[in-house]
Design a protein. Structure first.
Ligand code: PHE
Length: 355
């Protein structure tokens, strides 16, 4: 047997054995290293006589190619095996604790707006919006509030710089006018939103939230207003019985006007709505003044109705036992973690207390 054949047989069987990367590298050096079997034979080609040289060189070349191919095949095999081994060993440990993600919370004001909207929409109110920056006409004049009325005072109202006309709305009542001007009666709407007054203490902040209500039709009277407010307060505070007191009051845009108090008591340091003999003011209301209807192009001889304005932040404080209004707007994430609501706990309805 020729020498080349011997080498071929020897190494083909060597390369056929179970090898790891290390052993394969050793074989590679044995054959193709600087002094390797194949390399030295190529170097010695020159010393072979010319006749034999050509055929020997061809055989040697073939052998070189075959062995290189075998080595690269083996190399691939070994690497695949290693990957499979890794996959088998690195199994997922399902007993590891999960990673926790930071979940956002719904602010109590947003939560209460959702709850209130849901309650009123059940009895046929739709939602309207108006701009935060209003002009004097919508905020005051159209609402039958004359030029010399104290509510227009610079001490209460934020006027925009360089403007005698533009201001931050002091209540949501201008949405009454905007709604009536763009449509035709009857109207049955609520309008939640931001409102602004120059005021700041434990129960007042310069920016706060109101919910306006307006119901205008052919024969809406104070009885409807009362019924609507009883329904709302019971649903919102999740109680069967409520004590509500209508106190005569004055607003330029309603006649007669009333302020509404709800009865409550403090039990074990917690506020209980609907019991006891303490009173808390929650809203202003009344029958829409004929002048307001006229300004909004509604004929007061044909149509009449009621309006009310509730402080949303105050509702949130009462329902969820939060006693400082200013914390609502300080953007302290720890506060929100504590008082906020789970985003997935969708308030399909006034379920706030049972969360
Ligand atoms: N706009 C009044 C306020 O801010 C509340 C109110 C609204 C009163 C509608 C009567 C009717 O105090």
């Amino acid at each position: 047997m020729s020498e080349i054949k011997k080498i071929k047989e020897q190494y083909t069987s060597k390369l056929d054995e179970l090898l790891d990367q290390n052993k394969l590298n050793i074989i590679k050096t044995e054959l193709f290293g600087k002094n390797g079997i194949i390399s030295t034979r190529f170097k010695q080609l020159g010393s072979i006589n010319e006749k034999e040289r050509k055929s020997y060189a061809t055989e040697l070349n073939l052998l070189k190619n075959e062995l290189q191919e075998l080595i690269s095949k083996k190399n691939e095999e070994i690497q695949n095996e290693e990957i499979n081994k890794k996959l088998n060993n690195d199994k997922i440990d399902v007993t590891l604790p999960g990673r926790s993600y930071f979940a956002g919370k719904i602010h109590p004001v947003s939560q209460v707006i959702d709850e209130v909207t849901s309650i009123f929409s059940e009895i046929g109110f739709s939602v309207e919006e108006g701009p935060d920056i209003e002009n004097e006409y919508y905020n005051f004049s159209a609402l039958n509030t004359p030029d010399n009325h104290p509510a227009r005072d610079m001490h209460d109202t934020f006027y925009l710089e360089h403007s005698k006309d533009l201001l931050l709305r002091t209540h949501t009542s201008p949405v009454q006018i905007r709604t009536m001007l763009k449509g035709k009666p009857p109207f049955k709407i609520i309008a939640p939103g931001r409102t602004y007054r120059h005021d700041s203490d434990q129960t007042h902040s310069p920016m706060f939230h109101q919910l306006e209500g307006l119901h205008i039709d052919k024969n809406i009277n104070m009885g409807h207003l009362k019924g609507c407010l009883y329904y709302f307060v019971k649903k919102f505070f999740e109680v069967d019985k409520v004590k509500i007191r209508f106190r005569p009051s004055h607003f330029p845009f309603t006649e007669p006007s009333a302020e509404v108090d709800i009865g409550y008591k403090i039990q074990d340091g917690k506020i209980k709505i609907g019991e006891g003999d303490k009173w808390l003011e929650i809203l202003g209301c009344g029958m829409v003044h004929p002048n307001v209807l006229k300004n909004a192009k509604v004929n007061p001889k044909q149509f009449q109705g009621y309006a009310f304005g509730v402080g949303i932040d105050r509702l949130a404080m009462l329902k969820y036992g939060i006693n400082d209004l200013r914390a609502f707007f300080e953007s302290d994430i720890r506060w929100l973690e504590f008082y906020g609501f789970d985003p997935l706990d969708i308030p399909t309805n006034y379920r706030g207390l049972s969360r």
